[in-house]
Design a protein around this ligand. Structure first.
Ligand code: NAG
Length: 358
């Protein structure tokens, strides 16, 4: 068997400490975490201390020199980029140009303008062997709840309507509440968190959102604007739907419903036996309802898929290996495009906006 691939984590913030390190530890038999990088030495050290329990050889890298060291290290096959939304694309492209496979945290970028520039830079990278993989970590497309609900949609006949209601709980108790980059991000939490909910929608219905009309508002002034959006949308298959997102509500609720001629599929966030996850329900025309609870495991699954992909890509050097489509950069980019259209419509008082095709 080939030696486990060596990877780097670029970023050392809350999400690295609370998600990446524990999730990578779960698959520590599949990979070797060699470096953790941060802009400052202090921050990189904090994450390295945590990671050492699972990856005793992990080293600290920081600043421009540290990033160059990672790029120059031929033993590093891939990197996870987990940085402020404004910085991720530049750093991802640097690593990709250095021939590293990259899994970058969502959002894919801050805007479709940035995405188009990024995609053209990516296309121009013709490293030998083959083009490195650029994945976006959004995890929802890997949640078993969405994988299963996508299959159930086949049983509900013609699609009639889709409803997504998101009432989040982004208040001062949330560790991301005071995250400064999210406060300086166009679209605020609606864009940063919203890509997950759009990913869930696109996964379930299996087609694209073509146009939207939205009203945005800013009511909770402890949050960056806008903090509320109500959008109508139209799908490629002609079906209509609504997407409502309240960033912070005192009674959180997260639900997707796809209504068909012969039944309805519903995915609702919840908790069972102390585990957070989703309850997937199929309501059929005879009045029956079948429900299954799926605990969260999307981050684990998507990291496993990335490691699998970089191994396959390395073994099949240059022979056109196709990576897991659910984490491709363009999928993450399409989620941004839908929210950008909604936010633009909100700015134009609800005018109809077509979603940019990517
Ligand atoms: C924040 O939201 C959570 C979840 O709804 C709730 O338990 C908590 O009390 C809220 N905190 C504040 C400060 O409102």
């Amino acid at each position: 068997m080939a030696a486990p691939p060596q990877i780097a984590v670029v970023g050392a913030g809350i999400f690295v400490k609370t998600q990446y390190i524990p999730r990578l530890a779960e698959i520590s038999h599949l990979l070797c975490l060699k470096y953790i990088w941060s802009r400052t030495q202090e921050s990189a050290r904090g994450a390295v201390e945590l990671a050492k329990q699972h990856f005793p050889g992990v080293e600290c890298k920081w600043g421009d020199q540290g990033l160059n060291d990672i790029i120059q290290d031929a033993s590093i096959l891939g990197a996870a980029v987990v940085l402020a939304g404004q910085a991720q694309v530049d750093i991802s492209l640097k690593l990709l140009k250095g021939g590293k496979h990259v899994i970058q945290e969502k959002p894919a970028a801050a805007s479709t303008t940035e995405i188009e520039t990024a995609l053209s830079s990516y296309k121009s990278i013709c490293s030998n062997p083959g083009q490195p993989i650029w994945a976006v970590a959004e995890n929802y497309r890997f949640e078993p709840a969405f994988v299963e609900s996508k299959k159930l949609i086949a049983d509900i006949g013609d699609m009639m309507n889709v409803q997504i209601i998101i009432e989040g709980s982004m208040n001062s108790s949330n560790p991301y509440f005071s995250s400064s980059w999210r406060r300086n991000f166009e679209g605020g939490f609606i864009l940063d968190m919203g890509v997950h909910f759009i990913a869930g929608l696109r996964m379930m219905v299996g087609c694209e959102v073509t146009s939207v009309s939205a009203i945005t508002s800013h009511i909770d002034t402890t949050l960056p604007p806008p903090d509320i959006i109500s959008s109508n949308f139209k799908l490629e298959n002609g079906c209509s739907g609504v997407f409502v997102m309240v960033v912070s509500s005192s009674s959180p609720k997260v639900i997707w419903r796809v209504v068909g001629m012969k039944g309805t599929v519903q995915v609702e966030r919840g908790k069972q036996e102390g585990r957070h996850g989703y309850l997937v329900s199929l309501y059929s025309a005879d009045g029956q309802c079948k429900s299954t609870f799926y605990p969260f495991c999307g981050v684990h699954e998507e990291l496993k898929a990335f490691i699998h992909d970089i191994l396959r890509a390395t073994l099949k050097e240059g022979s056109g290996y196709e990576a897991e489509p659910r984490s491709s950069y363009v999928e993450g980019a399409r989620d941004v495009a839908v929210l950008e259209a909604m936010l633009e419509s909100g700015n134009k008082g609800g005018a109809l906006v077509h979603v940019k095709k990517l």
